[in-house]
Design a protein around this ligand. Structure first.
Ligand code: NAP
Length: 281
């Protein structure tokens, strides 16, 4: 398999950092990006090119960054939309701004970055765009609605995009991880709104306890996770010849959660089918 050129967003930690290291390790070229490039000096030392990129920058700035990125190796083959964070708080406690900021990074930032690279990929008539979604796109959990909604929004945006760009030779890959041991749930990388209402106290305290217990104990190994994704992109390690997975759950918890949602949905469809179909003219 010929060497590819990758550009990854949000590489200062977690899955983004592992994408850079793993792609370099497989002999590919990588442009690692971050809001603050001082935080990815170690990736430069490993052989990555580094570029400052905040996905919430205006479209014109992202367009300029894309041109700069393409000039490094003359092309981009794989764009990895990885940057993201989690907003905690109930729907009633979180504000319009909390939701806007969550969507501005996880959805608008992701789509704006993609839009910046699409002209290049279209003119090359090839390329892969990876979106790091989440299993939570399938089942909204309480006290983390803004995050779940942002990942659901990306899920459907990618379904549409994939059908728009397939004829240009561009593939999309929506990766939907379960829980992976990264900095995602740490106070440093997440935002939280405490409840103002007594009514939500027991639920929010319970969920905060669940997230605290999960942080540092997630089942998913970020290094193994990204290696699986790279296998799919490069058609290596048993993935060649299989139909391209437009959506790729990552982790046994993601597979179980998505399967349960599908089974529950089918069961509910069946239970309510008589009533649901009564409304036709
Ligand atoms: N870990 C999991 O269990 C899990 C599960 C499902 C999905 N995911 C998704 O995986 C992706 C990576 O998260 P992670 O788990 O690796 O967590 P992480 O360690 O917290 O990494 C998130 C990265 O996103 C960057 N970032 C945040 N806002 C940004 C912005 N506006 N522009 C550019 N970079 C930005 C952060 O960089 P800074 O240093 O600049 O803050 C950081 O490098 C996210 O989209 C997350 O939603 C993770």
């Amino acid at each position: 398999m010929a060497s590819k050129v990758w550009l990854v967003t949000g590489t200062s930690s977690g899955l983004g950092s592992e994408f850079v290291k793993a792609a370099l390790g497989r002999g590919d070229k990588v442009i690692a990006t971050a809001r603050n490039v001082d935080n990815i000096a170690h990736l430069r030392e490993l052989g990555a090119a580094v570029l400052q990129l905040d996905v919430t920058d205006p479209q014109a700035e992202l367009d300029r960054k894309a041109i700069e990125a393409i000039s490094v190796y003359g092309r981009i083959d794989v764009l990895v939309n990885n940057a993201g964070y989690t907003q905690f708080g109930t729907v009633e406690d979180t504000s319009h701004d909390d939701w806007y900021n969550q969507f501005n990074t996880n959805v608008f930032g992701t789509l704006n970055t993609t839009r910046s690279f699409l002209p290049h990929l279209r003119s090359n008539k090839t390329g892969t765009i990876i979106f790091v979604g989440s299993m939570v796109a399938w089942d909204g959990a309480p006290v983390v609605g803004a995050y779940c909604a942002s990942k659901a929004a990306i899920h459907y945006a990618v379904e549409s995009l994939s059908r728009e760009v397939a004829t240009f030779g561009i593939k999309t890959l929506l990766v939907e991880p379960g829980t992976f041991r990264t900095d995602l749930l740490t106070q440093k990388n997440s935002k939280s709104v405490e409840t103002r209402f007594e009514d939500y106290k027991s639920l929010t305290e319970f969920m905060a306890g669940q997230f605290r217990m999960l942080d540092g104990n997630q089942a998913g190994d970020p290094r193994k996770g990204v290696e699986c994704v790279i296998d799919v992109v490069k058609g290596e390690n048993g993935t060649a010849g299989k139909e391209w997975p437009s959506q790729l759950p990552l982790g046994s918890d993601a597979v179980a959660a998505i399967r349960k949602k599908c089974e529950d949905t089918l069961q509910q469809l069946k239970m309510w089918e008589d009533l649901s179909t009564k409304s036709d003219i």
